[in-house]
Design a protein around this ligand. Sequence first.
Ligand code: ADP
Ligand code: MG
Length: 401
Amino acid sequence: MSLNKKTINDIDLAGKRVLVRVDFNVPQEDGGAITDDKRITAALPTIRHLLSQNAAVILMSHLGRPKGKIDPKFTLAPIATRLGELVGKPVVLTAATPGDPLGIEEAKTKAAPGTIVLLENTRYSEAEEANSPELSSQLATLADVYVNDAFGAAHRAHASTEGVAQIVKQAGKPAVAGLLMQKEMDFLGGALDDPKRPFVAILGGAKVKDKIPVIESLLPKVDTLLVGGGMAYTFYKAAGKEIGKSLLDADSIEFCKEMLCDDKLMVPVDCVVAPDFDNDAPRTTVTVNGIPADQEGLDIGPGTIAEFSEIIKKAKTVVWNGPMGVFEMPNFAVGTRAIAEAMAQATEAGATTIVGGGDSAAAVEQMGYADRMSHISTGGGASLEFLEGKPLPGVVALDDK
Ligand code: ADP
Ligand code: MG
């Protein structure tokens, strides 16, 4: 199955004024320098397509949390510059003014066929997160066509995602998905709705509580669910084992007990423990029954790596959310890297492999596996909500096919 929403490929864009919500919420250094422009490059296919149709492209995005106030620390200026370099033409950034924090009026005068205007940070207005009809209506005045290409913001019903789409539709104009949105929805939706089997999900990371809805939603759909990372220790605790100083999500013990009854769910058979949460702390590999009371589990062990890797390599669809250990410390990144390697081999053997989740995506990129996965989602929170089976308001609001 694929996205059942119209996309920019389904409509006439020639010479039209097209308002596009993108996700340019990039990581930055203190001075504003962009440390990773993946989210900008991910929006290029849509932007280039619109330019090829001689559309007037008006882009908008949030950046950080300026909390409804104009704050130069959160200006989109570095993004306008970087985008200009990438597309090879100037990008006009509108000026924020107290009465018009996004610069909507200026955009109206500067938008012209074949050019790119970027509105200032949508979160300069408190009306954005409040999904205010006033802001949505003002934004809608910029649009002959509205395009949502911001998968990473699609789980939020904000003025620039959900509100404006509704008003554009009410005016009888198209509200459609961009190419990145389509790609994200095709990969994630395809895995959930019609996976090639075996379908394996790998869940890790820190908190069970955050991922309970994902486990509940995925378990009936997958053939195997592999649990690793800090989450695993609450499952051990639920099975009555000593977990020492390992992460424990006490509120989730009952849930884990129930889940352990399902044969599809697998927890690690061994783990790497250390006396302190420190890269240089002495490491020991122990079985699930051997965690010392004064130590904590910080990675999956070699037995688990072998077992999980075998299952992953035989899979035809793999979805991964959450690292297998504290990968930020190189000595405890071994399990996460091994799972990335197994997934890469699965991809090369013809499987569809998808990484969703901010930290897992960062780990995969950092370890050099980005090109060996079928898809790395640009939306951490959005991909998690999608895997939970929740509708994404920014997608729901778009025109049906
Ligand atoms: P994602 O962003 O991919 O969804 P999470 O945010 O749920 O992942 O979890 C990522 C965090 O989990 C990382 O910062 C990592 O250090 C932590 N983590 C993984 N394994 C452990 C562990 N055994 N003990 C403590 N923290 C862990
Ligand atoms: Mg995270």
